[in-house]
Design a protein around this ligand. Structure first.
Ligand SMILES: [Zn+2]
Ligand SMILES: [Zn+2]
Length: 150
């Protein structure tokens, strides 16, 4: 491997979507995957067993399948900061719930011209308004799903 090229430019990435479902494609280990097909195979329908905070402040969900999903900010890919929730709040909201589905959308910044890029969302089971139990994340979350170390 001699490639140290930066990731594809945002406008190129934005144009790449899955023909079957319209979800954005993501690059994982050099291959393009449909984000929703990839994520569904790892955590679809799975229960949240635990929530922890990584050293950099990223909140991570542990699922019954043994996979870990870091929650990244839909605007910048860093730790969540748009809707500040404490770790205990996140635990109260999500532990014991199942992944019910996935959505995708577009992040539109407030600048001029506004920054636009695709975002991914995970919807959890529950009785609240759907928006209350849906977590929007950056595509970086999809790329960073990993199995728990054993
Ligand atoms: Zn697809
Ligand atoms: Zn952000």
């Amino acid at each position: 491997m001699s490639s140290s090229l930066p990731p594809l430019l945002p406008f190129l990435r934005q144009a790449e979507v899955c023909e079957r479902d319209g979800f954005p494609l993501v690059e994982i280990n050099g291959d393009a995957f449909c984000s929703v097909e990839y994520v569904d195979g790892l955590i679809g329908g799975q229960k949240v067993l635990g929530i922890s905070e990584a050293d950099d402040g990223t909140i991570e969900l542990l699922f019954a399948s043994g996979q870990i999903l870091p929650l990244t900010c839909p605007c910048c890919g860093g730790p969540l900061h748009l809707k500040p929730r404490t770790l205990p709040e996140m635990r109260a909201l999500l532990i014991g719930r199942n992944v019910e589905g996935f959505r995708h959308g577009e992040w539109v910044g407030k600048g001029s011209p506004p920054v636009r890029h695709p975002v991914f969302a995970v919807q959890f089971s529950g009785t609240e308004e759907r928006a209350e139990r849906t977590i929007e994340v950056a595509l970086a979350s999809v790329q960073r799903i990993r199995p728990r170390e054993r």
